[in-house]
Write a protein that binds this ligand. Structure first.
Ligand code: C2O
Ligand code: CU
Ligand code: CU
Length: 426
């Protein structure tokens, strides 16, 4: 804290990481050789970040899921030159959630994220503090950043997606930058904050031998915990789950045969792939943990409040027939308006749709409530082929005609190739 402002320093830098014994490979990270620190702030706090770029190329840092002024959003319009420092500052004004940060330079996001530039940004509020949930960071409240990587024959990180329609797909899954990750569990319940930080791969998380409770999605806590056996997360999505353990038990969080929803050639999108993600090893004796329970304010938006409907059609590298143009504003939103965005994937492959600035809710599809992992506040959603989702959101604050926010496919090769548009809030 500096004069009541919570100040963070992030330096994007090059380094070397040994993912396998004796083999070091160049990687990028924030304040480290690979990945970045977990940032944490509370609702109501003013935060300021000093982001320094020590890389030899231009990057940017975007606060994924954060409600903040567009000029501090960290998208393609806020590049940080090599040697430069960028100083965004904003007040945290949204519910407690697991957000993340990553580069967003136009045309190079996939490579920058893949090389290791990513970290979590956790938000707390009065409800999350009063919640009866495991909450000791690193002990029973654990980040699980899941990313796949590929290595060449010499054991070096291979960041080449050329000639690949889908993007960078790796055959090695890492958790928090570690291959074969495990966690020693010392409590009866453990909360895992899952982030799909991969550039292209969708995961289907399961525990080898038990269900788990879903407690939060992208934008924060659900109304109540939901018992589940399996949970799909597309690139950019997050979820918090609580797992119950008994003394001396072992279990493993895996990703198994993701249900990609009718994609042509699912094997090309990882539809037949399975990986261990995190082994959980319970100690001889476990400290008691309470049943998950919390009270939450009602944040639901009613369809009747929406006064504007927009439609977005995702095709091959295009949204509504257009590729990203830094000099074109695609949509103009009036501040204080509740809108419905109807998003359709009319392409026979996977896409994942993300909107900056807001958290939205997924409206019922064909009269059916969305599945639990699409409930609550969301900023990213997996789009099956030939599927339309209706998303409702409210644009509050920060009217500014000069700086746009983005919406885009979060499969990062697609984003880089132009599957992105810009909106201003005025
Ligand atoms: Cu996580 Cu526009 O990105
Ligand atoms: Cu974002
Ligand atoms: Cu896509």
């Amino acid at each position: 804290l500096r004069d009541g402002v919570r100040v963070f320093e992030l330096t994007a830098q090059e380094g070397r990481t040994a993912f396998a014994p004796g083999i070091e490979t160049p990687t990028w990270g924030f304040n480290a050789a690979h990945l970045g620190p977990t940032l944490r702030a509370a609702r109501g706090e003013q935060v300021a970040v000093e982001v320094t770029n020590e890389l030899s190329e231009t990057t940017s840092v975007h606060w994924h899921g954060m409600h903040l002024p567009a000029r501090y959003d960290g998208g393609p319009h806020q590049p940080i030159e090599p040697g430069g420092t960028w100083r965004p500052t904003w007040r945290i004004d949204q519910p407690a959630a697991t957000l993340w940060y990553h580069p967003h330079p136009h045309g190079a996001t996939e490579e920058h994220v893949y090389r290791g530039l990513a970290g979590l940004f956790l938000l707390d509020d009065e409800y999350s503090r009063a919640a009866s949930l495991p909450s000791e960071y690193g002990v029973d409240d654990v980040p699980v950043i899941v990313q796949d990587k590929k290595f060449d024959d010499a054991g070096r990180l291979d960041a080449d997606s050329e000639g690949n329609e889908v993007g960078l797909f790796g055959d090695v899954v890492m958790t928090n930058g570690t291959v074969g990750a495990y966690h020693e569990v010392t409590t009866e319940r453990i909360r895992l904050r899952l982030l799909n930080g991969s550039t292209a791969r969708t995961y289907q998380f399961v525990l080898a031998d038990r269900p788990f409770e879903l407690v939060a999605t992208d934008g924060g806590l659900l109304d109540r915990p939901v018992r589940m056996d399996s949970l799909r997360l597309a690139p950019g999505e997050r979820a918090e789950i609580v797992v119950t353990m008994r003394p001396r038990e072992r279990t493993v969080l895996r990703s198994e045969d993701p249900d990609l929803g009718g994609v042509a050639a699912p094997f090309a999108f990882g539809g037949n792939d399975s990986f261990d993600v995190l082994q959980l090893r319970a100690a001889e004796r476990l400290n008691p943990s309470p049943e998950p329970d919390w009270q939450y304010e009602d944040t639901g938006l009613a369809e009747a409040e929406a006064t504007v409907t927009r439609t977005f059609e995702l095709q091959n590298r295009e949204i509504n027939g257009l590729r990203m143009d830094m000099n074109r504003i695609d949509e103009t939103v009036t501040v204080g308006t509740t809108e419905i965005w109807e998003v359709t994937n009319s392409h026979p492959v996977s896409h994942s749709f993300h909107i900056h600035d807001v958290q939205f809710e997924v409206l019922p599809v064909d009269g059916q409530a969305p599945p639990p992992e699409l409930s609550g506040r969301k900023d990213t959603v997996y789009l099956e082929p030939n599927r339309t989702y209706r998303l409702i959101m409210r644009f509050e604050d920060y009217a500014d005609p000069d700086w746009p926010y983005m919406y885009h496919c979060h499969m990062l090769l697609h984003e880089d190739e132009g599957m992105m548009g810009q909106f201003v809030v005025v």
